[in-house]
Design a protein around this ligand. Structure first.
Ligand SMILES: Cc1cc2nc3c(=O)[nH]c(=O)nc-3n(C[C@H](O)[C@H](O)[C@H](O)COP(=O)(O)OP(=O)(O)OC[C@H]3O[C@@H](n4cnc5c(N)ncnc54)[C@H](O)[C@@H]3O)c2cc1C
Length: 293
């Protein structure tokens, strides 16, 4: 099917893009990598009167070290760039671990970080990763910029805190804490498919080797990324152990209320969260050893 008729705009400056969004508001959709928007247009699931192509906004396509050893990633940075970046591998290994699981190479070559976050598919990896990392998202409109923590950016399935006249412009990540390992675990029917369920985790040890902190975020099992706060708390202060990770898995599983669909039952997804949390924590611990080596 072909998309419905729309007016196409390709602004070359951020100010021009924001003016177009201010002017066309509800009738406009931003086009980034097009990997989700184009299918939605072709299936007539979206019928915007105006498409604002932001691909000429080069300033939004930069990846750079942030203050205090963090990272600043422009919303238009391609998923493939994240996958191949040495800076990402060194400063934020969880993103590097997630990238090969996002669709296929062709999709990642066009798809952007900002597009994945703005689209907010419940089964997408990057929203969960951003919540696990405590990312801060900069959104801008003609009214000015504002910052939204990743944890409050995802509001419902395919719905974010973005206003109709707002553009997601940058994602800021804090410095990777010392003695921190990470892992992203998921199960999909075929490689490259959206996951039936998944877990993004980080595990931080203190100087004595006890757990100083953990972040566990589940995806594909609710409308938005689900933080497993009880599971995180259960680990803190103890020595990392197989039994502790299994107990955290049970708590994470108890904390989700997934839906069933044609691919998997709710009970399967709930159980999956337990297994994947346990595995993600064990892999996080293992990756910590690899980083130290
Ligand atoms: C076959 C297939 C398999 C896939 N598998 C996966 C997968 O396993 N995991 C996964 O996470 N994703 C998957 N995707 C989706 C892919 O990652 C997309 O790249 C991503 O969801 C959207 O990014 P995009 O840059 O293409 O955005 P677009 O398609 O251009 O836009 C998506 C939405 O976000 C809005 N938007 C985009 N950028 C901005 C911005 N800067 N500010 C405000 N709004 C914006 C658009 O208006 C639109 O509503 C798959 C896609 C396909 C086609």
């Amino acid at each position: 099917m072909k998309p419905p008729r729309f007016d196409y705009h390709d602004p070359t400056t951020l100010a021009e893009a924001l003016a177009l969004l201010a002017g066309h508001g509800d009738a406009a959709r931003v086009l980034a990598g097009g990997q989700s928007l184009m299918p939605m247009l072709n299936f007539r699931l979206a019928r915007p009167g105006h498409v604002i192509d932001v691909n000429r906004l080069d300033a939004l396509a930069t990846l750079s070290p942030g203050p205090d050893a963090g990272l600043r990633i422009g919303a238009l940075v391609r998923q493939r760039t994240l996958e191949r970046s040495t800076l990402i591998r060194e400063r934020c290994p969880l993103i590097a671990q997630a990238m090969p699981l996002v669709g296929h190479p062709q999709i990642r070559t066009r798809g952007t970080l900002g597009g994945s976050l703005a689209h907010a598919d419940p089964a997408a990896e990057l929203p969960a990763v951003m919540v696990a990392l405590g990312a801060r998202l900069t959104v801008q409109s003609a009214r000015g910029p504002r910052t939204v923590p990743a944890e409050s950016f995802f509001v419902a399935a395919l719905t974010t805190a973005l206003g109709r006249d707002e553009l997601l412009t940058e994602i800021a990540l804090p410095a990777w804490p010392a003695r921190t390992g990470s892992s992203l675990q998921e199960v999909a029917i075929r490689r490259g498919d959206f996951a039936l369920g998944g877990v993004a985790a980080t595990l931080t040890l203190d100087a004595e080797g006890r757990v100083a902190g953990a972040r566990i975020v589940c995806f594909g099992v609710g409308p938005c990324p689900v933080r497993a706060a009880d599971a995180e708390r259960s680990l803190v202060g103890g020595a990392p152990s197989v039994s502790g990770f299994a107990a955290a898995g049970q708590l994470a599983s108890a904390g989700v209320d997934p839906d069933a669909d044609i691919h998997a039952s709710a009970a399967y997804r709930k159980r999956l969260v337990g297994v994947l949390t346990t595995r993600a924590l064990a892999e996080s611990l293992a990756s910590l050893g690899e980083r130290a080596a």
